[in-house]
Design a protein around this ligand. Structure first.
Ligand SMILES: NC(=O)c1ccc[n+]([C@@H]2O[C@H](COP(=O)([O-])OP(=O)(O)OC[C@H]3O[C@@H](n4cnc5c(N)ncnc54)[C@H](OP(=O)(O)O)[C@@H]3O)[C@@H](O)[C@H]2O)c1
Length: 265
């Protein structure tokens, strides 16, 4: 398998597919805008927002999250291994950060999740997204980015990485709180408490959004910024719908809590 990738790597040696990168970057931005426009009334159909009729084919949550996310872990790693370029520490640092997020999401999160089965169609769409986005971010950073060896010492790279890791810590901690709300066998939704959930209903989403804006700063790249904007337009509204769900379901839902940004929205 690796040798096939080496061959592809050699064939595509150090070439930056600029048009393809631009197309995929525009596609990410467009997808975000389309998602914002089409999901003003309904949310992506999984978890509590899953449409119950007509019945759809589903996949167990653990398997679905694994299959959906694994391309974004594997593709950049294969691109790194097969890259013929001399290593630039700053680029490997930021791409390693991307892979770390997807290692956490693919291996740890998928293994621990206990949620509802996932619609097959949502899983397939998610996997296609991860293939395209993993290829875009990996190819851009390895073959198109103008960053050089000095980049790892640049204040944008350092600040971006700090922001990324703060976001990742919030995201992992919030996912941990959600995962432990239910006792074994329970299916009902409960009011999350602790951490940033004291201030927002979508604390896990806030963490993820912070992560990808940090990544955009650390890579100083348009494809990464497009991904951060896509994330904001995908899970920002989802945080709002979760918030509304809690307010309708729980009469005693904390009044101080906002949807996504503490004290603001
Ligand atoms: N970068 C992106 O564009 C993107 C897109 C989507 C998701 N993500 C990330 O993927 C992760 C999961 O996203 P998600 O949309 O599945 O999150 P979610 O709707 O908050 O659900 C996460 C898990 O917690 C459970 N849960 C949530 N609220 C609960 C409550 N009040 N009581 C009991 N259990 C509760 C859910 O169970 P049920 O399955 O039963 O609802 C599910 O298993 C997040 O970290 C998110 O940031 C990223």
């Amino acid at each position: 398998m690796i040798s096939v990738w080496r061959l592809i790597g050699r064939t595509c040696k150090m070439h930056c597919y600029e048009n393809l990168v631009n197309c995929l970057t525009c596609w990410l931005i467009l997808m975000g805008v389309i998602h914002l426009l089409t999901h003003r009334k309904i949310q992506s159909s999984y978890g509590r927002h899953m449409a119950l009729s007509p019945p759809v084919r589903t996949v167990p949550a653990r398997l679905a999250w694994f299959i959906q996310e694994v391309p974004a872990l594997v593709i950049p790693l294969l691109l790194m291994v097969t890259s013929q370029k001399p290593s630039i520490i700053g680029i490997y640092m930021v791409l390693g950060t991307f892979s770390l997020h997807y290692f956490q999401r693919t291996v740890i999160y998928s293994l621990l999740i206990k949620g509802k089965p996932f619609p097959l169609s949502t899983m397939v769409a998610g996997a296609i997204f991860c293939i395209l986005n993993g290829s875009l971010q990996g190819h851009y950073l390895l073959h198109c980015s103008p960053l050089d060896d000095e980049w790892s010492a640049d204040y944008r790279c350092r600040t971006g990485l700090v922001v990324f890791y703060v976001g990742m810590a919030i995201n992992i901690h919030s996912d941990y709180i959600l995962r432990n709300l239910r006792k074994p066998g329970e299916e009902a939704y409960k009011i999350p408490t602790g951490g940033l959930f004291e201030y927002v209903s979508g604390a896990n989403y806030l963490g993820e959004i912070i992560e990808w804006f940090g990544f955009a700063l650390a890579t100083w790249s348009l494809p990464a910024l497009a991904f951060a904007l896509f994330t904001l337009s995908f899970i920002g509204p989802r945080a709002y719908y979760h918030h509304r769900f809690y307010q309708e379901k729980f009469k005693d839902y904390p009044k101080i809590r906002k949807a996504l940004i503490p004290f603001i929205i």
